[in-house]
Structure formats: C-alpha cells, structure tokens
Design a protein around this ligand. Structure first.
Ligand code: SF4
Length: 352
C-alpha cells in the first residue's frame, strides 16, 4: 500500500485524486496500520474484482510452520560489564602479530575481555579447525591444516611477551594425526619452559584410546594436565560426539596420575545441559576415584543457535553449593561459578 499526503489508499488501483487529508508521519507500527483515515472513500476498480471462476480454486492449507525456539534471555547474574582498555588491545595485537590462535576467541569465551585486559590468554595450538563435531563448541570444523614447526617457538614468544607465570596451552582435536598432536604438545611445553621458566598447564583432547599419545605429553612434565569431562555420562555422546567415551576420559586422567603423580590433574564440567545434581555428584566421585586434583564447574552458554540449547541457567548460589560439596568430597581445589571456565584464573588454582 502506498501513501500520499495523509491518504492510505492503494494508488495503483484508486481512481480518485489524492485525498487532502493532513500529512501523517510514516507508518511504522502495528497500531498505525490500523488507523485508517475516515474521510477516504477508496473503491477499487470494477475490473479488479476477481472473476467468479477463481472462487473454485482448491483451498490449500499451508503446512504448520516450525515453532520458533523461545528466545531465552540471559538471567541477570550472567549480564555484566565488559572490561576494555589498553591490556585488551595489547593482547589482541600480540596474538595477531605472532599469528597464534586462542581458545578465548575460537570458543567465544565470555571471559575474554576480562582475561585479555589482564594480559592473559589460553593459546590454542595445531590450527583453528577441529575434527570433532561437539554440540557445545563453536571452534570451526572441517579441513585441518598441516602443523607448523615454528609454532612452539611462537607460543613461547607470546608467553614471554605477556610475561605469563603460568601458561595454559590447549588445542583443537586432531584425529587426523597419528598421535593426535601429542608430540606437538610436548614441544610446546618444552619451548615455553625453556624461554620463560613459567609453569605450564596443558588442556588436551582425549587422544582417544592412544596410550602412547598420553605418555608423550606426560613426558614433557607439565605442572597441570587438564582434560575436561564436560558433562555426565548419560549426555556424553550427545554433547561430545560419537567418538568420545566417558570411560576413556577417566582412564586418561588415571593414567597421567599413574605415570607421574607429581603432575596435578584437572577436569571440568559445563552445567545446564540437562544433567541432574545426582549425576553431577556421581561424576565428581568418578573423577576423585581416578585421582583428579582440581575441578572446574561452569555454566554452559549456547554459542550460536546451531549449538545445543541451554536447558537451565544455574543460579550462583547453586554453583557455590556444588563447589562446597566438591571440596568436602576431596578435590584439592575447586572453582565453581557461572563464568568459570577450564582456564579461568588457572594460575591461582595451580599455585595453591
Ligand atoms: S577463561 Fe580461559 S578461555 Fe576464557 S578468556 Fe580466560 S583464558 Fe581465555
């Protein structure tokens, strides 16, 4: 429908000269469209009336459209001010200068501004493309790239320039490599230690059923060996993909501890994916049973509409309570809160 002056008639079909109604503002809102000027007596042309034959056309019923998923607003405790400033830009520039990737960006971590403005980041090695289709993770999937031989040196350079005292190194899952990238991890740990003297925490993929790969990373003697459980066994395949195996996750952590008891083992869960409290507590008991030292519990946040939806936002008090229970169960250190991620305040946990 076109408008001219204040008239709302369809000028393509109206035979009258434009009505002289007072000019109105543009029609933008639902209520405006329903305010028709009373003095306009628009009549469509006779020839525009539909011929009777058309009335015999079959009535087609449109298929019911998919209901739109409800727009879930973040609860107030997940809204917060985003820090900015020199530190944030300096970290971003440094990462880009050295052509490195971070899980902070690739996984859309909600703490990025906070961590980067404090000049800390979790470096992600072996490219930005992952070979596993996990339903919770926004890291790119697809064709992987060849490993870069100078990456360990660049990781060490970044750690030195950021003056990190505790360096967290993680990676995409590289099922395409015979050792899952374990040897590359080994060289990164050594390079960082040699260049900076900092303690190193590795956050590794599962190297599924490859004991040699786990042993190769342990050989580098990182101060902390972190491998995330992510969720409870009932949701494992749905959240982590078909290849993942809860029992192997536990076995990996058990092996690390058995190979070198001096290495602290660490694991984490995302909550809000539909798990029950009993299931969480059972999982924590399993982790303790394999000697896990440190635990992180955080709220799962859906990175895009294509990822698994959030089933529940746990209030901070529930995180506090779970954290307290985990401590009483026997974990040496526990970080539990809506914004907690595996590497959030990792140094404090490692040094405790
Ligand atoms: S919590 Fe970890 S992944 Fe998230 S921004 Fe901080 S360092 Fe990066």
């Amino acid at each position: 429908m076109s408008t001219q002056g204040g008239c709302l008639a369809d000028f393509a079909r109206c035979q009258r000269p434009p009505c002289r109604l007072p000019a109105r503002r543009r029609i933008d809102y639902y209520s405006d469209r329903h305010t028709i000027p009373v003095r306009c007596s628009f009549r469509p042309l006779e020839r525009s009336v539909a011929p009777l034959a058309m009335l015999d056309l079959p009535i087609v019923t449109a298929p019911p459209s998919e209901p739109e998923p409800p727009v879930r607003r973040l609860p107030p405790w997940l809204r917060r001010n985003v820090p900015s400033g020199f530190g944030l830009h300096a970290t971003a520039e440094l990462i880009s200068d050295l052509n490195l990737a971070t899980v902070c960006e690739s996984a859309k971590c909600p703490n990025r501004s906070e961590c980067w403005s404090q000049k800390t980041a979790t470096l992600m090695i072996m490219g930005e493309v992952c070979t596993r289709p996990c339903g919770f993770c926004s890291v790119k999937k697809g064709r992987t790239e060849a490993l870069e031989a100078d990456e360990p040196a660049r990781v060490a350079e970044a750690a030195a320039r950021m003056d990190l005292k505790h360096v967290v190194i993680t990676s995409v899952t590289r099922d395409d490599l015979p050792d899952g990238g374990a040897d590359h991890f080994y060289h990164c740990v050594l390079a960082v230690r040699e260049r900076t003297g900092a303690s190193v925490e590795v956050l590794t993929p599962d190297f599924i059923h490859c004991r040699e790969a786990v042993a190769r990373v342990v050989e580098a003697v990182p101060e902390v060996f972190n491998h995330n459980t992510e969720t409870v066994p009932r949701l494992y395949r749905e959240v982590r993909g078909r290849k993942s195996d809860y029992r192997w996750t536990l076995e990996l952590l058990r092996r690390v501890k058995a190979m070198n008891p001096a290495i602290k083992t660490k694991s984490g869960l995302m909550l809000g994916l539909g798990e029950t409290t009993t299931e969480v507590l059972d999982t924590l008991a399993d982790l303790l049973e394999v000697g896990c030292d440190f635990l992180t519990l955080g709220q799962y946040l859906q990175p895009t509409r294509e990822h698994l939806p959030v089933v529940r936002y746990l209030p901070p008090e529930e995180f506090d309570e779970l954290g307290e229970r985990a401590r009483r169960m026997g974990f040496r250190q526990v970080a539990s809160g809506p914004f907690v991620r595996s590497s959030y305040h990792a140094r404090e946990m490692a040094e405790s």
